[in-house]
Design a protein around this ligand. Structure first.
Ligand code: AMP
Ligand code: MG
Length: 484
């Protein structure tokens, strides 16, 4: 096969940054690539000229065996705090093929994950397994449909090679699309190396790419921290709103753009319990559900530390300015949460007592070990006047009184409830079922079906009980594992 011309329309900017920002690295060829999924609707949204191509053709470059013209493959340098400890990291199993500009003018990274060793692999094989790749595909696309800012999945291939974890498993590669891959840890990388110029270059680059409105402000680097704090507050409030647990909120997995990235041991909560933790590597529950906003703030403090020299030559002044922003984070986060909760309860107005009303609902779920997603969705039935289960009777009366203050009519309130309480989430046991069928029996039907249901998470639910039913005891997933 000759060079594939002009299909992506690459327009690379990160590869134009100084050499020390990355290492040039082509994806490493694989034995027998086979396309297992192509996201045609995302491709169309991005304006890629890929629809209608054969699977064999697509598999060539979603595996990295063919490098499309215009690509300048690089592995990015970054560092990060992992479970509290600092390390120099970098893309050890991913390469950025290049950037494209979508029809709406937004610049996106196209990255292959699982594409082989790079200068940053530190002894790892640079590969990803089929299970984790399917997991990333399912959950990232579900998050997008749920309205959460996220990196997305354009394609998945199997490599035709085995990789070795606890056992031999099929190798696979996911093509990730993200607003960028600049992490908190990218800033930490240059700060750790006392590379002031590098730090300034990445900050200016991030501002131009993600927060152009602050470029003319008096102190753009302080404003960058403020904007990132706002994006994180918005993002984590969204996670909490749908019961999502990221699982590895290390600073290398937090994007400056405010998108979710790195779907490793992430999971959705079934029964509501703020202490829920799934990740098998999170032994002390650092990244448990209720800790996510606190960790987001902790991560912002690490970003602030890296930014200090840019913010003010006088370190005392720089620290003080940053501390104010970090201290504001819980308030901004709470505002986001309250707004989200009000929408879930079908309330368009802001009244005193709304937060308490929401908290009381959560307490009922916790005490009675009820399913988070289905309990909220059940409010649609309550709103229609259907019989309210005993545990909700008292609460429901308060809610009805609160509803009388709304100017929206009942239909509008119900619409708000439906639009903010998903019926379908990527439940752990369903994700597991899809992965097992695909990786053990080469049966991709459950994967395909799950993806299609999750594309419309707020839709009406008739006929889709299988996808709404919480796991039976024997189906409960108690631990999730990292993609590595
Ligand atoms: P993650 O847990 O996926 O966020 O990865 C953390 C760090 O480990 C990043 O620097 C990755 O590039 C690196 N890494 C993870 N898995 C592998 C692998 N199989 N081979 C090489 N590097 C890896
Ligand atoms: Mg990562």
């Amino acid at each position: 096969m000759g060079k594939i011309t002009n299909l992506f329309g690459f327009d690379n900017s990160y590869a134009g940054l100084p050499q020390r920002f990355f290492s040039k690295q082509n994806p490493r060829p694989v034995a027998a690539p086979k396309l297992i999924k192509f996201n045609a609707s995302l491709a169309a949204e991005l304006g890629l000229q890929l629809n209608g191509k054969t699977d064999e053709y697509l598999a060539q470059f979603f595996s990295g065996n063919e490098i499309p013209s215009g690509a300048e493959p690089i592995a990015l340098a970054y560092a990060g705090h992992q479970f509290g400890g600092f390390s120099i990291l970098g893309d050890g199993r991913a390469v950025l093929l290049g950037e494209i500009i979508a029809a709406n003018g937004t610049r996106f990274d196209i990255q292959l994950k699982g594409s082989g060793q790079t200068a940053f692999s530190r002894g790892g094989d640079g590969r990803a397994g089929l299970g984790p790749v399917l997991r990333e595909y399912i959950i990232s696309e579900a998050m997008h449909a749920l309205g959460v800012p996220t990196a997305r999945s354009l394609a998945a291939v199997v490599t035709g090679e085995q990789i070795y974890r606890e056992a031999a498993i099929d190798g696979a590669i996911v093509t990730r699309v993200a607003a960028s891959h600049i992490r908190f840890g990218t800033f930490e990388y240059f700060a750790a190396k006392n590379d002031f110029d590098g730090l300034k270059i990445v900050a200016d680059y991030a501002i131009t790419r993600h927060y152009p409105n602050i470029s003319k402000s008096e102190n753009p680097y302080l404003e960058l921290l403020r904007e990132v704090a706002k994006s994180q507050a918005f993002l984590v409030a969204k996670w909490m709103n749908i019961g999502f647990i990221h699982g590895v909120m290390n600073t290398d997995n937090m994007l400056i753009s405010g998108e979710t990235i790195d779907y490793g041991p992430c999971a959705f909560m079934d029964n509501y319990d703020p202490k829920t933790v799934y990740s098998s590597i999170d032994r002390h529950g650092r990244y448990r559900f209720e800790n996510q906003p606190i960790i987001a703030q902790w991560n912002l403090a690490r970003l602030a530390e890296a930014l200090l020299p840019l913010i003010d030559a006088d370190v005392v002044k720089a620290v003080k300015a940053c501390e104010e922003i970090i201290a504001e984070f819980p308030t901004i986060y709470q505002e986001n949460c309250l707004e989200n909760m009000q929408a879930k309860l079908g309330l368009a107005l802001n009244e005193d007592g709304d937060l308490a009303l929401a908290q009381e609902f959560l307490d009922i779920l916790h005490t009675n070990q009820l399913d988070y997603t289905n309990s909220f969705r059940q409010l649609l039935d309550f709103a229609k006047g259907e019989i309210v289960p005993r545990e909700f009777e008292q609460w429901s009366k308060k809610w009805q009184i609160r509803r009388t203050k709304e100017v929206n009519n009942p239909e509008e309130m119900s619409r708000l409830i439906q639009e903010n309480n998903p019926a379908f989430i990527p439940r752990n046991h369903l994700v597991e079922e899809a992965i097992v069928a695909a990786s053990q029996n080469a049966n991709f039907a459950p994967f395909e079906e799950l993806i299609s249901v999750l594309a419309n998470p707020y839709a009406d639910t008739s006929g889709s009980e299988h996808y709404r039913t919480p796991p039976r005891t024997d189906q409960i997933v108690t631990a999730t594992f990292c993609g590595t």
